[in-house]
Design a protein. Structure first.
Lengths: 94, 173
């Protein structure tokens, strides 16, 4: 996935990757990554958990504006469960 | 041929195991022989989000039921992609990817390929618009990595430019 992101970014389009394995992102180095240590197949969270899914999407889209250093990997440190998510209140970016 | 089938079965069982055991996944990730890079391409996003045309890309093996499934017969992966129109209802999509457990994603595709949430964000004015989405399958090994890098990923990049996409959100399996 990181390789695809790099090709797209090189073509002049900004990308952000949600990644589950930091170790691979550190090697492949996608332009911007959000690392969540969650089970495979669940990059945006659990089925039916809208607030969780929207929180990740919001965080990832915000990274498109906040990341200054190419290859940055952000760690929101959100736990897989036992985390209370609220739907993001504002989507105004930047 | 027989050996390839065995590789596939091992890969499949291992993929399921990785889904269940994050610690194992992490140790696999540390040893994974990914293509390493020193330089990083970078494009700044200059438009506000509400004016952006966004595309979703996943490597989770999603495709339209009417499209050819990804080739699971080749244990080194399938470097092709599927284009998925932004207005595709979730019922018309399925997942072909033997190396992870996608039962939850099939119940609620928003956890992997959030087309429905994306459309909702467009409807409420958070995003400008949603472009055609693209899906690959992960788990691509040589010699197919070369095809991905030289042919299929650049083709997707070309289509994204043609559709005037401003930014892309990528999600893995």
């Amino acid at each position: 996935m990181g390789l695809v992101a790099r090709v797209i970014e090189a073509a002049g389009i900004a990308t952000v990757c949600v990644v589950g394995l930091r170790e691979i992102a550190e090697q492949v180095r996608p332009p911007r990554a959000v690392h969540l240590k969650w089970p495979f197949g669940h990059p945006l969270g659990e089925p039916g958990n809208r607030a969780q899914q929207l929180s990740v999407i919001h965080y990832a889209l915000a990274a498109l504006y906040t990341v200054e250093e190419p290859g940055t990997i952000l760690d929101p440190d959100w736990r897989w469960r036992r985390e209370t998510y609220a739907e993001p209140s504002s989507w105004v970016m930047p | 041929m027989k050996q390839d089938r065995l590789r596939q079965q091992i890969g499949r069982a291992f993929g399921r195991l990785l889904t269940r055991l994050p610690i194992l996944a992490r140790s696999w990730g540390r040893r994974f022989d990914a293509l390493t890079s020193d330089d990083v391409p970078f494009t700044r996003l200059r438009k506000p989000l509400h004016a952006c045309r966004i595309a979703l890309i996943t490597t989770g093996g999603v495709h339209l039921r009417t499209q050819q499934p990804f080739d699971m017969g080749d244990s080194r992966g399938d470097p092709s992609f599927r284009a998925i129109p932004a207005d595709t209802p979730a019922e018309q999509l399925t997942i072909t990817h033997d190396y992870y457990d996608h039962r939850d994603a099939e119940r609620d595709l928003n956890i992997l390929f959030p087309l429905a949430l994306g459309r909702e964000l467009v409807a409420r004015g958070a995003l400008g618009s949603l472009g055609t989405g693209y899906s690959f399958m992960g788990h691509i090994e040589p010699p197919h990595v070369e095809t991905l890098l030289r042919r299929t990923a650049p083709e997707v990049a070309r289509r994204l430019r043609q559709e005037q996409i401003d930014a892309v959100l990528l999600t893995p399996a």
